[in-house]
Design a binder for this molecule. Structure first.
Ligand code: GLN
Length: 194
């Protein structure tokens, strides 16, 4: 039974916990380095990336997280979690850091005020023919993908909203709020093959 951590400093931890428990994982809320040791995979939830960054440093868990990512821990980031995984941020709040790992550039709040939140059916070929019900909430977009990362999904207008690189997966949207479980399943497969 895979043990999956959720970084539980701020954000939609509960929705991810429910999804992972439904898929049979043992869920561990991670706030400190001790809680990170021993997980087979990790979720970085949605929320506010600058707040999560601030708290991760305050809790002394930023460097352990970076080390775990560098060691190949399977990680899935949604929305703010995608921002945290990006190597480059176009519009960081002053002093805001990411954890990094994904060779991409991300722009925060990319979908504009008038469209703070929306839900759309998204084609994600790697997950099969059935489209993904994708919920965007003040979502980021990936504005550049470096040679190490792969585009995993695009909106109809071409904007990149999901990326994958080795054991790292990130989506600008929140499948955990629409009951879409294929991203979490993919994470669990990675966890089990470690
Ligand atoms: N706009 C948020 C940020 O910059 C992300 C929003 C979300 O996670 N739903 O971190």
């Amino acid at each position: 039974r895979p043990r999956v951590g959720i970084l539980a400093l701020q954000g939609d931890v509960r929705e991810h916990a429910r999804m992972l428990a439904e898929l049979g994982a043992e869920v561990v809320r991670v706030r400190r380095a001790e809680e990170l040791a021993g997980v087979h995979a990790l979720v970085l939830p949605g929320g506010e990336s600058s707040v999560i960054d601030h708290l991760a440093r305050a809790f002394g868990v930023r460097d352990p997280l970076r080390a775990a990512i560098a060691e190949g821990l399977p990680v899935y980031g949604t929305c703010a979690g995608m921002i945290l995984l990006a190597d480059r941020l176009e519009d960081a709040i002053t002093g805001q850091l990411t954890l990094g790992g994904l060779d991409v550039t991300v722009r925060r709040n990319a979908f504009g005020r008038q469209n703070e939140s929306c839900e759309t059916d998204l084609a994600v070929p790697a997950l099969g023919a059935r489209p993904v019900a994708a919920s965007f909430i003040r979502a980021p977009e990936v504005t550049d993908v470096g040679p190490s990362a792969d585009v995993f999904a695009r909106l109809g207008d071409g904007r990149i909203v999901a990326v994958e690189q080795g054991n790292l997966l990130a989506t600008a949207f929140h499948p955990e709020v629409t009951g879409e479980d294929r991203f979490h399943r993919r994470l669990l497969e990675r966890a089990l093959s470690r």
